[in-house]
Write a protein that binds this ligand. Sequence first.
Ligand SMILES: *Cc1c(COP(=O)(O)O)cnc(C)c1O
Length: 373
Amino acid sequence: MTTLDQFARNRLTEAESRHQRRMLVESAREGVEVMQGEDWYTSFACNDYFGLSQHPGVIGAATSALDTYGAGAGASRLITGNHPFYAPLEHALAAHCRKEAALVFGSGYLTNLGILPALVGEGDLILTDKLVHACILDGAALSGATLKRFRHNDVAHAQALLNEHRASHNRAVIVTDHIFSMDGDRAPLAELAALANSHDAWLMADDAHGLGFHDHEAPVDIWMGTLSKALGSYGGYVAASRTVIDYLLTSARSFMFTTGLPPANCAAALKALDIVKAEPERTARAQNLAVKTAKALGLPLPQSAILPIIYGDEEKALAAGEALKARGILAMAVRPPTVPAGTARLRLAFCSQHSDEQVEQLISALQSLKVAA
Ligand SMILES: *Cc1c(COP(=O)(O)O)cnc(C)c1O
């Protein structure tokens, strides 16, 4: 007989032996400075790319919503939780994505968990890039549709898979990240859209790390994204035609059977979106810092604010992270299963508030590490 605790302990020991055990560390953040334990670090591990989670205007909008409508929505949006901050936020998100309508979910994760099962099921086909975010794969699994994964950004491979599998399935949808969360590179959306079009398939793109960095010109049927990264708040959204949005709000279970977001979250995200649009220099700075670092280190130039340094081996990536930490710099060591086996890495996320000096310190620390990437 195995007790529950024995089972859990065995699994933890296995994870430890693979250097894959995870731990929570309390972190207090002021901009790009993070306090862990007694020490302050410069963080390259936050997705608050423009510092908007702590922007006075965003905090003001959230505070005023909190004062007026209270701490929580009180019910599912389909009951009485659809407070007055949703409509303007969805209107702004739809306009941002150049779509007719948008729908806000509880998180990006819940958005991706809800969309695919509403669109496809048994007998249908989902084609994803090999490196899409875990929550897309969770939504795909929940849908019951056949899942095929094409090599990263390899449109010819996607085409080959469609040639092989499209005819034996009813509906088909291609799903990709717009900016890949652990690699920082960009999907070939125009080519994927043409492919979808010629194979009677729909195209969905996850813009969690693209908001602010790239436009929405490609003819993507469904955009999804998060309020939790560049917008500094919490929540997720999908943008599409009015009809598709009406359908999703009637059928996406992760939308229907959960409480609406607190009014303050929505008010904060709306204000943050205004700021992103009004101050494009924030976006330019975050990306320029990533590009400057890549150039200094001789790495491929990123198409976003995310720069990976791939070590391959888990221990090496962890050692590089520890060595940076000893120099007062936080960078996230990312290991399988978050990334494919053999591609453990440091993931650097640049923010508009990083100073030139902080980035110089990062570069010289990385140059002196002597851990071959
Ligand atoms: C973070 C992330 C999500 C999930 O968004 P949350 O709002 O944090 O739940 C979805 N997709 C991608 C690509 C992400 O990076």
